[in-house]
Design a protein around this ligand. Structure first.
Ligand code: GRF
Length: 215
């Protein structure tokens, strides 16, 4: 209803913030895709809740601005997320990319950036939600798991699915070997989905993702 949400109109989103808590191999894959000109985007800022995240080093090495919003230093989650929102506005961020960000965003932030926050999850959602997706898939003895990129909503790991890829589970897989195979897929899939946003090919309407004109 006259909503000016860029994700609804399929506006091109090229200015990214990447939020990470850990190693940042997905961040690295995005940096590499931009360098290789496979992705016409700019990472304006990398934000982490964890001052020791290796992702911050990767960002600094690539000349990207970094910000730490350490939730321990804020009285409430709401105040920490307000700080994040301040940085997103300051860098005129168009698309917020969660890449191993281990905090749940507050509803206020999700609403403010509705349909403009995406996440990558190491399973085929809606299976194996939560932070132990790889272990849970192994325990469930599935023969196929995978990777999901989805829109972030207020409910954890439940937003509209943008794209999924399967990953086979082999006999004798450990969490480590399976995660390594999942990572390889993530590093291709996430830049691919971000490319669609930069080209304005993603439209989200009524909680459903439409991919238009994808070559
Ligand atoms: C990825 O496996 C992603 O699916 C999950 O967190 C992990 C982040 O890994 N949400 P990295 O920090 O990008 O290496």
């Amino acid at each position: 209803m006259g909503e000016k949400n860029p994700a609804r109109t399929g506006q091109k989103m090229r200015v990214l913030a990447v939020l990470c808590s850990g190693s940042g191999t997905n961040l690295q894959a995005i940096i590499n895709a931009i360098r290789a000109k496979e992705l016409s985007a700019r990472i304006a800022v990398v934000i982490s809740d964890n001052p020791a995240a290796f992702a911050l080093r990767r960002a600094a090495d690539a000349g990207i601005a970094t910000v730490v919003v350490d939730q321990k230093l804020f009285p409430t989650r709401a105040e920490a997320d307000t700080e994040i929102a301040r940085h997103l506005a300051r860098y005129a961020v168009e698309l917020v990319v969660l890449a191993g960000y281990m905090r749940i965003l507050t509803s206020a932030l999700v609403r403010q950036y509705r349909n403009r926050i995406i996440n990558i999850h190491p399973a085929l959602l809606p299976a194996f939600k939560g932070s132990h997706a790889v272990r849970d898939a192994l325990r469930a003895k599935v023969s196929v798991t995978g990777v999901t990129v989805h829109v972030v909503t207020e409910e954890l790991d439940s937003g509209p699915i943008i794209m999924q890829r399967e990953v086979a589970v082999y006999d004798g897989d450990t969490e480590e070997t399976l995660l390594a195979r999942i990572h390889t897929v993530e590093h291709v899939l996430y830049p691919e989905v971000i490319r669609l946003f930069t080209e304005g090919k993603i439209q989200i309407d009524n909680e459903k993702v439409h991919i238009v004109n994808n070559r």
